[in-house]
Design a protein around this ligand. Structure first.
Ligand code: MG
Length: 159
């Protein structure tokens, strides 16, 4: 069996606003993400993990933030294109694991909805996707609610 593993990381700054997109879910809160797209750091990390696993570069190369067609884009669309490339490379997702590091917003009420969104995007059962979240214990820029970050790991197998 052909197996491939990939890791992705993304971070975005926060500013005052009315909510953030994370894991394909809009979370109302007192912040917004500063980004060219909808700023969904979880999906961006996941896309980079998938691209890493197929040696496919990174989302910065695929979807440059200088390109107006990606302005404000729903990151689920980026995941769709990345999954098209994963399938074209001959792979399917086995499982995905995501860690969000954010002092704000608090996302525990939304992680199940995120799992469902991500599982749909990845073409797997929801039991194959995990979303974890931690604060940064008040330390550093993330701890001061100036930004948030996400890590993702995926395993692929030859389809
Ligand atoms: Mg990003």
């Amino acid at each position: 069996m052909k197996l491939r593993i990939g890791h992705g990381y993304d971070t975005h700054r926060l500013e005052a606003g009315e909510g953030v997109h994370l894991g394909g879910v809009f979370i109302p809160c007192a912040y917004r993400v500063i980004a060219h797209s909808d700023g969904d750091a979880i999906i961006h990390a996941l896309c980079d993990a998938l691209l890493g696993a197929i040696a496919g570069g990174d989302i910065g190369k695929l979807f440059p933030d200088s390109d107006p067609q990606f302005k404000g884009i729903d990151s689920r669309k980026l995941l769709e294109e990345v999954m098209r490339r994963v399938r074209a490379a001959g792979y399917a997702v086995v499982n995905a694991d995501v860690s969000l590091i954010a002092q704000a917003p608090r996302v525990s009420a939304h992680t199940e909805a995120m799992r469902e969104q991500l599982a749909a995007g990845l073409g797997v059962d929801v039991g194959c996707v995990n979303v974890k979240a931690t604060t940064n214990e008040g330390m550093d820029a993330i701890g001061h609610k100036q930004g948030l970050a996400a890590h993702a790991v995926v395993l692929l197998q030859g389809a």
